[in-house]
Design a binder for this molecule. Structure first.
Ligand code: HEM
Length: 445
């Protein structure tokens, strides 16, 4: 029988330490990383598995850009390191920077054994890389850029003709461009990674909480894409008040409608209350660029341009968050920390990913839909640095590896996942079946 959540305090069934600063209401990813520095036993260096490395001299030489190493100094980067490199050359470089063994054991339930699922899959993908056609990434660029152009066009038309339909189209395009921008965030710095700023979703924060936290510790107690929304939306199975359990179904859409704006307000508050700079920079200017263009080319007073732009950003926030929250990770049958885990901890990181994801039949198969709906999600988590349009070429080896490990990727429909997300926020009782049971039988839900 399932244990009742009412009696269970929030804790990780995967054995992870409760993240320091997890429950601070006013926090950003910099504060989260400070907590990680306390929890990870990296002793001011960079931790990979049980070894500590001094990468200070490598930060500016890193072919993937300085950002990743600068941000993660003093933390355990095992998952980030394993997942962001497909070739084996980064691993060969490591001995040059080795300092010493870590004193504590790792605060992670995940392993990366050579014969485990993830490294096996990666080895099979490696030789395919050189033959991946470039035209697919060109198509991704084309789709993203044409949508970005479209949002400016409809923004200007909305202002010029004071037309809320045009403003709505502008907002939908803002949301699609934001999701497409996610395709570019996992790589070396590049200008398309700023596309999410166009909808007020701040690319720097998005890049950090999405990549350093959500992608690596999906649906665990350390997943910021869960804790940042608590207590407004509660995804983990635990004690929940009536308001958070049932009324959140009603207020969730209103929350999504203003979530991107709340992010901006939160940053200003962090600046004013906590006296932290919140890293204001170029990306903030990008956020207001559509407003500027709408005002300059719209030939209307500023407040009309502002009204149209603000309407578009509300539509963008609602659409983006509706897709984001219901895309792949929330359904009572998907593992959430607090549910019964796999019997052996640590277990392969790749299996942990499969436990925490369902893909959607309707999306996968279309390059455009994948790019604009977080499609091919499991493969994207496994190989985040690859263009979304290229993931389809990995499908045969992915299927072959799943078969070899006797597991299946769960796929379902968009309505099932949408409904599943709402079921999950009302769900207070941990799932008592370990996730591997679901992976062995694929049912269309
Ligand atoms: C927080 C940890 C790290 C992250 C998130 C990260 C991320 C990345 C990214 C995004 C790329 C570009 C991939 C692409 O566009 O195809 C890259 C490339 C690369 N990184 Fe890192 N990196 C990390 C740590 C390291 C470390 C510790 C080393 C070695 C000491 C390293 C060595 C390399 C090398 C050699 C490349 C060139 C491409 C390759 O051979 O895979 N990285 N990294």
């Amino acid at each position: 029988m399932a244990p009742k959540a009412q009696n269970i305090p929030l804790q990780s069934t995967l054995g992870m330490k409760y993240p320091t600063y997890r429950d601070l209401r006013l926090k950003n990813t910099d504060i989260w990383l400070e907590g990680k520095r306390i929890d990870d036993g990296a002793e001011g260096l960079w931790r990979i598995h049980d070894d500590l490395y001094d990468l200070n001299d490598f930060i500016d030489k890193h072919p993937g850009g300085a950002f990743w190493l600068k941000m993660t100094k003093g933390t355990d980067i095992t998952e980030a390191f394993e997942v962001h490199h497909i070739s084996d050359s980064p691993e060969k470089l490591l001995p040059k920077y080795w300092k010493r063994k870590a004193k504590t054991s790792r605060n992670s339930p995940f392993s990366f054994k050579d014969d485990g699922f993830y490294r096996t899959l990666k080895r099979k993908v490696r030789p395919l890389l050189k033959d991946l056609p470039k035209r697919d990434s060109r198509w991704s660029n084309f789709y993203s850029d044409i949508m970005a152009f479209g949002l400016f066009l409809f923004g200007v038309l909305a202002t010029r003709y004071i037309d809320f339909y045009f403003a709505t189209i502008c907002g939908i395009l803002m949301a699609l461009v934001t999701i497409a921008g996610h395709n570019y965030m996992h790589r070396k710095d590049n200008w398309r990674m700023y596309y999410p700023d166009l909808s007020l979703l701040q690319s720097r924060e998005f890049r950090m909480f999405h990549i350093f936290s959500h992608h690596l510790y999906t649906n665990t107690i350390a997943d910021l894409e869960i804790s940042l929304h608590e207590p407004i939306m509660e995804f983990l199975p635990k004690r929940k008040s009536f308001v958070h359990r049932y009324l959140s179904i009603i207020y969730a859409p209103f929350y999504w409608l203003t979530l991107n704006h709340i992010g901006v307000i939160k940053r200003i508050l962090i600046f004013l209350v906590l006296k932290r700079t919140s890293h204001f920079g170029f990306h903030d200017l990008v956020s207001f660029f559509p407003l500027l263009v709408m005002y300059v080319l719209g030939e209307q007073p500023f407040w009309i341009a502002f009204k149209m732009w603000f309407t578009a950003t509300l539509v963008a926030s609602l659409y983006f968050n509706l897709i984001g929250f219901t895309a792949a990770h929330h359904h009572p049958k998907i593992f959430h920390d607090g549910d019964k885990p796999r019997p052996e901890i640590p277990f392969d990181w790749g299996l942990g990913q499969l436990d925490a994801v369902m893909d959607r039949f309707e999306i996968d198969g279309s390059h455009f839909l994948i790019l604009t709906n977080f499609g091919n999600h499991a493969l994207h988590h496994f190989f985040p640095t690859l263009d979304h349009g290229q993931l389809k070429y990995l499908e045969p080896v992915f299927q072959e590896t799943l078969k070899e490990f006797n597991i299946k990727l769960r796929k379902t429909t968009i309505p099932t996942l949408m409904l599943g997300m709402f079921k999950q926020i009302t769900n207070a009782d941990p799932n008592s079946d370990p996730p591997e049971l679901y992976l062995k039988s694929q049912k269309r839900n």
